[in-house]
Ligand binder design. Sequence first.
Ligand code: NAP
Ligand code: MG
Length: 398
Amino acid sequence: MSKIQMKTPLVEMDGDEMTRVLWGWIKEMLIEPFVDLKTEYYDLGLKKRDETNDQITIDSANAAKKYGVAVKCATITPNAQRVEEYGLKEMWKSPNGTIRAILDGTVFRAPILVNGVRPTVRTWKKPITIARHAYGDVYKNTEAKIPGPGKAELVYTGEGGEEIRKTVFEFRGPGVLQGMYNLDESITSFAHSCFQYALSTKQDLWFSTKDTISKIYDHRFKDIFAELYEKEYREAFERAGITYFYTLIDDAVARVVRSEGGFIWACKNYDGDVMSDMIATAFGSLAMMTSVLVSPSGQYEYEAAHGTVTRHYYRYLKGEETSTNPVATIFAWSGALRKRGELDQLKDLQAFADRLEKAMLDTINSGTMTKDLALLYDGDAKAVTSREFLEEIAKRLQ
Ligand code: NAP
Ligand code: MG
């Protein structure tokens, strides 16, 4: 059998722990036998990030900018315990944060639905896609511990010397303080990504913020979306038979739970972080969620939404077989290969991505799955190890 050819390499961002192990197996068992895989490889494993003073992360993000499509394995975001465990020079920043700061854009996360795993919310029949703004706010905040009485102010000094000064609070005792920002440009590109994604997937778009309380900050998001919609998207939405709908985040939460699903819910950075975990868990698990970062200039980074599954990795190191769910990581690969195929007009590469996803879903729908899913499954499920699961998919692909 001749292998499917690629034109442009994928930017491959390898990662840590159990997901790094799965990464290798997925390539070896599900991709390389069928595709003449071309990648530009970046090792974002914590050891390499430490060796390169995190330059490798920056290089990988720039490569994603250059080539347009990247696929990323889950990575450790170090904390104090990891600094000790790996003997790190520094507590390096979250690679996802670094990559998002370079690419900008929006993270779209959608649950992967399979027969037999029913959403916790009974009314949900279709996936709910979370569109998370991946720039600024609390993720780029400046914070301070306030030691005691004193005045906290918000000060902006323009290049021409003009000043905006507002009192935040007159402290009478110790407390905490935080400042954060966002940019019209980033909010605008977030809005473009959301409107375009809604059009390309023919789903309604909801957007929610807390503009009643945050009358300037959140309100700016609401206004930018509204202006752009009227100016550039209303007609196309009407033609496509989809709607744009803005509401307060409290109202959105209530409506989401009462809905049937089948729409995109655009969220500010923090809301999207939290709500995507809620949506994923209620649909089944974080291991059954696709995640893609879409940058305003049309670059794509595909990843799994979950972490490196540390607990399973420690068992793996002791020689135990684990039943870690590789579905989200496989979808990261299939998503990236399909997008590469679209951009390079390689029909057989796109078709391979479809076949890979189908082989995996057929495997689960026929009752063979990893332990986490088997626990949620209605009916007779055969719980297998990660390798057995991948072997089963490979057999179907053959
Ligand atoms: P995690 O790796 O997502 O795992 C938390 C727990 O969820 C696991 O112990 C496991 O539960 C279950 N789980 C998650 N993914 C699973 C899968 N694919 N198959 C089966 N079970 C799965 O989160 P964490 O333990 O909080 O974080 C571990 C490391 O990942 C941290 O160093 C963190 O910095 C990093 N992280 C990276 C990313 C990213 O790169 N995108 C995101 C989040 C966290 P059981 O143990 O009960 O089976
Ligand atoms: Mg989160």
